[in-house]
Design a protein around this ligand. Structure first.
Ligand SMILES: NC(=O)c1ccc[n+]([C@@H]2O[C@H](COP(=O)([O-])OP(=O)(O)OC[C@H]3O[C@@H](n4cnc5c(N)ncnc54)[C@H](O)[C@@H]3O)[C@@H](O)[C@H]2O)c1
Ligand SMILES: N[C@@H](CCO)C(=O)O
Length: 433
């Protein structure tokens, strides 16, 4: 890792890396707060539906007036994507349709793209990555969010000669969370609605972290970037602490809980009866490695790695992810090394929309973390065969017929226009496996 040195060299040469940010919400603000401390990185422009709120975000994270005055603000992400001088466009709106349009415009203008918008990435990332390859630019996942961190660990393990038994993240999960709505979300984070608002936390976004949707989206993103497999029935969220990762996250036929080798899975920080898991991984990421031979397995024991009882499986983990505070790693990697920090390669995982309650014909779906549907991970080919409506398209679409609680919503259940997002989803499906 020489990113800080390479970045400082760009500063010394008078050629700082110029980035543009689309979406100055919580993730974007966390990134902005770090920028003044990174020599050689500048944010030239910020696009947000509310440029005034974006200016306030800059002030709130500590930017001085001169820096704010030197930054262009606009309400158009597409305009920002085409602005002269910007090398890297960061898409952090969280709106899948907008994210696809912004990334497409940035790639067409020859900019590298850092796609914080993982919701858009799991919908159309395979097609966008292909466009970026043809245009000779980088299309990258966002360092700081779990999919990029997990992809890095998988790559590290494989490059070191290990087989990957499983990889994923931790979260706070109970089955009952699937039906939580934004009205009840803050009690699960130990916050009052006022405290959450003061911290700039969007209730629907944070509810998507709780109701299983974001875990499903992240599971799909990890599978799409690494080629790991997606569980047929969706994520199982086994309760598991860091000392048990290698025991639980190995194939069933050797005593673990996974349906096969090389799977994506998310572990819960709560036992199913609500008690906390011992040494949980709520905020972290992990990879379970399988030793390639007896000698390497013996080394696990000799050097203190906790293993399963066969001694062949061991885990590495990172206890925390730092969200936008470490996003600059992706921006610098794209601009200085021409490398993504993880990128969709094929369409292995999709995220089906599942009814949170009995839904009636005529109702409008309201997307990730809302009142109507949550996301469940599915193998992309199986999801396509069931005609599932991906969660990223379940925004502002009308139901044509009733869907019972717990059932998947299909394309046939909704009135939906064949717009760019739908078309790119279908193009991505062509690479489904
Ligand atoms: N907040 C987190 O802790 C967190 C963690 C991991 C990943 N993420 C990801 O970061 C992304 C953003 O999440 P967030 O929590 O910052 O959301 P947020 O709602 O706080 O912020 C989104 C911002 O984007 C702006 N925006 C929305 N549509 C836009 C458009 N069409 N054009 C321009 N601006 C637009 C909004 O005005 C808002 O300021 C999502 O993809 C999310 O999955 C967030
Ligand atoms: N992805 C997160 C949200 C903050 O990154 C989660 O797992 O809850």
């Amino acid at each position: 890792m020489n990113l800080a040195r390479l970045c400082a060299e760009r500063a010394a040469a008078g050629r700082p890396i110029r980035a543009g940010l689309i979406g100055a919400g919580k993730f974007g603000s966390m990134f902005l707060s770090q920028v003044p401390g990174i020599e050689g990185l500048e944010v030239q422009a910020i696009a947000d539906l509310s440029p005034d709120r974006a200016r306030q975000a800059c002030a709130q994270v500590g930017w001085d007036e001169a820096r704010i005055a030197a930054t262009r603000f606009t309400d158009s992400g597409v305009e920002l994507a085409g602005m002269d001088g910007i090398e890297v466009v960061i898409e952090a709106t969280g709106n899948p349709r907008a994210g696809i349009a912004h990334a497409g415009a940035a790639i067409a203008a020859g900019r590298h793209v850092v796609m914080v918008n993982v919701e858009a990435d799991v919908l159309a990332g395979a097609a966008l990555a292909e466009r970026a390859r043809s245009a000779g630019v980088v299309y990258s996942m966002a360092y700081g969010d779990q999919p990029a961190l997990v992809s890095e660990m998988v790559d590290w393990g494989r490059a070191a000669g290990f087989r990957i038994a499983a990889a994923g993240k931790g979260t706070k999960y109970l089955p009952a969370y699937h039906t939580v709505t934004p009205d009840a979300v803050w009690s699960h984070y130990g916050l009052t609605p006022e405290e959450a608002e003061a911290a700039g936390m969007n209730p629907q976004m944070f509810n998507s972290f709780l109701d299983g949707t974001k875990s499903a989206i992240e599971g799909a993103a990890i599978a799409n970037a690494t080629g790991l497999s997606v569980p047929q029935e969706g994520l199982a969220f086994p309760p598991c602490g860091v000392d048990d990762l290698a025991h639980v996250l190995r194939p069933r036929d050797v005593g673990g809980q996974l349906e096969g080798p090389g799977m994506v899975e998310v572990v819960s920080s709560l036992e199913r009866d609500g008690r906390p898991v011992f040494r949980d991984l709520r905020w972290g990421v992990y990879v379970v490695l399988e030793a390639p031979n007896d000698y390497a397995a013996a080394c696990f024991g000799q050097y203190g790695l906790p293993t399963d009882e066969t001694g062949r499986y061991a885990a590495m983990y990172k206890p925390f992810h730092m969200i936008g505070l470490e996003l600059s790693i992706s921006v610098l990697s794209a601009a200085l090394r021409g490398e993504p920090t993880g990128s969709t390669r094929s369409f292995s995982g999709t995220v089906a929309s599942v009814a949170k309650r009995d839904l009636r014909a005529g109702e409008m779906l309201d997307g990730e973390g809302g009142y109507t549907v949550y996301g469940r991970l599915a193998p992309a080919a199986a999801g396509a065969a069931r005609d599932v409506l991906p969660i990223g398209l379940a925004h502002k679409v009308k139901l044509l017929r009733d869907v019972a609680a717990g059932r998947e919503v299909t394309f046939a259940d909704v009135e939906i226009a064949e717009d760019e997002a739908v078309q790119l989803y279908r193009t991505s499906l062509a690479t489904a496996r």
